[in-house]
Design a protein around this ligand. Structure first.
Ligand code: PSU
Ligand code: MN
Length: 312
């Protein structure tokens, strides 16, 4: 139980329900908070954050939404903390490199896939659900913009259930980087790498799994063979009936990339800018798709965590 020592040292605040579940080897699913603060529009974001937690419960696990509140990393948020992340104006997007600084100065921050994965692993959580992973941006040849989600997952023992990556990214470059970084990718009931708003990005995967038990078996092998120090992605496509219309998707993407260029957006503002552009330009259709796929990921993650915990 080495992680308990580190929790004391870092003032990590484990929600009592999460602490009890971890101590009893009951399933827990970590959830990120940047999706709440920067990925989903207000005022819907708070209700959606609660719905995501409920989807984890419906799937048979305890939700642990992660954020930095007044300088302390929280593993599992009470409703007041969830509200602060969803509604405060001074919530910053926090990647791994920012955690220590914001903690030292007592600030409040929302964690990305990278920093959520880091803190979840520190707390002893193995399974994490989100919407989409960050990756290599389309302009990366000039901008060098590649999400720290990738390099962090390459050395973090966590399994992330996501709907692939958005087409706002360079999907094939992202898949190449995942290979280089030893981050496994399993298609959940699919042979195609999902494209977030669309079920199929056009890229084929090497590995397909068809049940939570099958994923749990891979997790056990990872532990036995020492490859659990790398992250693993379970790529779960958006259900067919919830996909964004293909033409609407393509035209919005083209316009969004042009707007990015025109307005000179860079650094950590790129992803939130494009997400917001999609939500506005599709008049909520992309938001509906986004919510559906996150809820689906949360439920599947809970089922995987439950199957893994059942192995003992
Ligand atoms: N992709 C989404 N929705 C999101 C994000 C990514 O579909 O909200 C967020 C996640 O928190 C992810 C982060 O970790 O954006 C990646 O940002 P960047 O590209 O700046 O690393
Ligand atoms: Mn970036």
């Amino acid at each position: 139980m080495t992680h308990l020592y580190r929790i004391e040292r870092t003032d990590m605040q484990l929600h009592p329900e999460v602490a009890a579940a971890l101590a009893a080897n009951q399933p827990v699913v970590a959830l990120e908070s940047t999706i709440i603060s920067h990925g989903l529009p207000r005022p819907d974001n708070l209700g959606i954050a609660r719905d995501i937690e409920q989807a984890v419960r419906d799937g048979g696990a305890v939700p642990a939404t992660i954020a930095i509140i007044d300088g302390d990393p929280h593993i599992g948020l009470d409703d007041a903390a969830l509200k602060a992340i969803a509604t405060s104006d001074d919530v910053v997007k926090v990647s791994v490199r920012d955690i220590a600084t914001i903690a030292a100065r007592g600030g409040t921050g929302a964690t990305t896939v990278a920093s959520t994965g880091h803190l979840a692993a520190l707390a002893g959580i193995s399974v994490f659900a989100t919407g989409g992973l960050g990756g290599v941006h389309r302009q990366a040849r000039e901008s060098w913009d590649e999400s720290a989600d990738l390099t962090t997952l390459s050395r973090t023992p966590i399994t992330v259930i996501c709907a692939g990556v958005k087409s706002i990214l360079d999907v094939s470059a992202t898949l190449e980087r995942l290979e280089t970084l030893n981050i496994g990718v399993l298609g959940y009931r699919t042979n195609a790498f999902p494209g977030f708003y669309r079920a199929d990005s056009g890229h084929t995967l090497d590995w397909r799994v068809d049940s939570p038990a099958e994923v749990a078996a891979v997790l056990r092998s990872r532990r036995e063979l020492g490859t659990d120090r790398f992250g693993l992605i379970v790529a779960n496509p958006i259900p067919a009936e919830d996909e964004l219309d293909a033409d609407l998707h393509d035209s919005t993407l083209t316009a969004g990339l042009a707007a990015l260029d025109r307005e000179g957006v860079s650094g950590k503002n790129v992803t939130p800018f494009l997400l917001d552009f999609f939500h506005r330009e599709t008049h909520g259709a992309s938001l509906t798709a986004n919510v559906k796929l996150v809820l689906n990921n949360a439920r599947v993650a809970a089922e995987i965590a439950a199957a893994y915990a059942a192995q003992g």
